[in-house]
Structures are given as structure tokens and as C-alpha cells.
Design a protein around this ligand. Structure first.
Ligand code: NDP
Ligand code: 8X3
Length: 254
């Protein structure tokens, strides 16, 4: 049963992948956890599994008024958020920019950038007031290394990286920490979403190698959250051992 000293984590995108694994991990480590996401049934099932340590919040992070109102009306025992895991996010499509759908680009910007901004802006004042807290943002290797078809997805993750560093600049003098966790290839529902439900296509990126898992990333998130309070991990980049870099591309046709 949570006590007054129990830390509280709010995890966006807790219905699948990294968020779901992180919720399980944090509850196992004795935290209270707020599970946020759009799929109510999945949230209810996870809430049931995790018991009284969990509170579920059906929330679309793209809607600022809904974010502000949900964050402002958390039950008393969950209201002082110690760790915000800004994890909700997605990639849509892998087409080159000239063929990509503008509506996919807008959804990625609205979720990965604006949703993350809304959640951060809603939670940060309380952390500063309490002089305690940690914002953990899910960036990606796609925010640092370009790849064909990564166009807007990678750019949203470059935003996450720089926003995280800029938050550190603003928060100097407080005990509020900020970390950008930047994974490479990890097998979750990410590719199923990117390829819009095409299960065969979604399997391909992981075929024949051992990708990262949700649990691997939950481990990293838990690690950065539990280093001593005087230590801030700014950025942590992690890849599967079987993923690395390619040489530059050249076109010799022109
Ligand atoms: P999943 O697709 O498995 O999970 C994504 C989560 O985000 C789901 O819980 C989904 O919940 C939630 N979500 C999406 N849109 C919204 C929204 N508008 N409002 C609230 N929640 C939303 O993917 P991952 O776990 O792999 O991805 C988590 C994060 O990690 C993302 O930011 C992703 O970009 C990043 N990442 C993923 C990598 C990978 O290879 N898997 C590598 C690097 C970074 P619901 O649909 O119920 O709302
Ligand atoms: C997800 C990793 O390389 O598929 O952020 O973009 S990648």
C-alpha cells in the first residue's frame, strides 16, 4: 500500500510498449503510477493488474484543454507528480518527404511535440514549487541520425532532444531534473502504428536480429530516475547491439 513517502510517476502512452513496461517497473519499485493513454480498455486492464498503486487517465495528449484539466484534477494522493515520463508518441509512414501524407506529419507534430509540451507545461510548475521532480522525455536515435523516410518523425525527436536541454537551462537552481532517453530499434507496437496495422510489414524491421524491448527501456528510465539527486543524466542514447550506422549515401547517376 502506498505511503506518504511514495513517489508518484505519470506515464503518457502507458497502454503499450515502453510506457506499459515502465508502469509495471515503477509499480514493482514501489511508486504510485498514473497511467495515461487513449485506449480506455487497456488502461482499465493495466490498472486492475497494478492495483491501488495505479490510477488511469484516459487522455489524448494532443488536446491541450483536456491535458490541463486532467493534470489539474488528479486524485489527491496522485496529484504531486515526482516523475513525468513523456512517452506518448508515434511515427506514421516511411515515405520520402515528397510523397508523405501531410496529415501524418501533422499527427506526429501534434503528438510528439505539442502533446509533450502540453504535459510538461501542466506538470512543471508543481515540480518547481515543490523543488523536486524529474521530466523524462522519450526522444530517439532518429532525432540525431537521419534516415530515408524519417523526415518529420526524426525532426520531432530532434525537438525532444533540444527541448530537454533547454528545460535544463531554465530549471537551473531548482532540484528538478530533465533527461532525454533516446532509443534505437525496439520491438513494441511502434512499427504496427507506423505501417498502419500492416502486421507483416511491421515485423520486418525486427526480423533476424534481437531488438531492444519495452523492458530494456523501462530499465533505462528507472535507472535515470534513481541516480542520486545531485546527478542529472541529460541524454542517454541506447541501441540494440545488432544495430549500428551506415556510410553516407551517394548518387552517381547525376
Ligand atoms: P507503442 O506504439 O508501443 O506505444 C505508444 C504509446 O503512445 C501507446 O501507449 C499509445 O497509446 C500512446 N499514444 C500515441 N498517441 C497518443 C496520444 N495522442 N495521446 C496519448 N497517448 C498516445 O510505441 P513505443 O512504446 O515504441 O513508443 C513510445 C515512445 O518511444 C514514442 O514516443 C516513440 O516515438 C519512442 N521511441 C520508440 C522506439 C521504437 O523503436 N519502438 C525507438 C525510439 C523512440 P494509445 O494509442 O492508447 O493512446
Ligand atoms: C524509433 C527508432 O530508428 O525506427 O524512434 O526511427 S527508428
Amino acid at each position: 500500500m502506498p505511503s506518504d513517502k511514495t513517489l508518484t510517476a505519470l506515464i503518457t502512452g502507458a497502454t503499450a510498449g515502453f510506457g506499459e513496461a515502465t508502469a509495471r517497473r515503477f509499480v514493482k519499485e514501489g511508486y504510485r503510477v498514473i497511467l495515461a493513454g487513449r485506449r480506455a480498455e487497456r488502461l482499465a486492464a493495466l490498472r486492475k493488474e497494478l492495483g491501488d498503486a495505479a490510477h488511469s487517465l484516459v487522455l489524448d495528449v494532443r488536446h491541450e484543454p483536456a491535458v490541463a484539466s486532467a493534470m489539474g484534477s488528479l486524485p489527491r494522493e496522485f496529484a504531486a507528480v515526482d516523475v513525468l515520463v513523456n512517452n506518448a508518441g508515434l511515427a506514421l509512414g516511411l515515405e520520402p518527404a515528397q510523397a508523405a501524407r501531410l496529415s501524418d506529419w501533422e499527427t506526429m507534430v501534434d503528438t510528439n511535440i505539442k502533446g509533450l509540451m502540453y504535459c510538461t507545461r501542466a506538470i512543471l510548475p508543481g515540480m518547481v514549487e515543490r523543488d523536486r521532480g524529474h521530466v523524462i522525455n522519450l526522444g530517439s536515435v532518429a532525432g540525431t541520425y537521419p534516415y530515408p523516410g524519417g523526415n518529420v518523425y526524426g525532426a520531432t525527436k530532434a525537438f525532444v532532444h533540444q527541448f530537454s536541454l533547454n528545460l535544463r537551462a531554465d530549471l537551473i537552481g531548482t532540484r528538478v531534473r530533465v533527461t532525454s532517453v533516446e532509443p534505437g530499434l525496439a520491438e513494441t507496437e511502434f512499427s504496427l502504428v507506423r505501417f498502419k496495422g500492416d502486421a507483416d510489414k511491421a515485423k520486418q524491421p525486427y526480423a533476424g536480429l534481437q531488438p531492444l524491448t519495452g523492458e530494456d527501456i523501462a530499465d533505462i528510465i528507472h535507472y535515470v530516475a534513481t541516480v542520486p539527486p545531485h546527478v542529472n543524466v541529460n541524454t542517454i542514447e541506447v541501441m540494440a547491439t545488432m544495430q549500428a550506422f551506415s556510410p553516407f549515401a551517394f548518387s552517381r547517376d547525376g
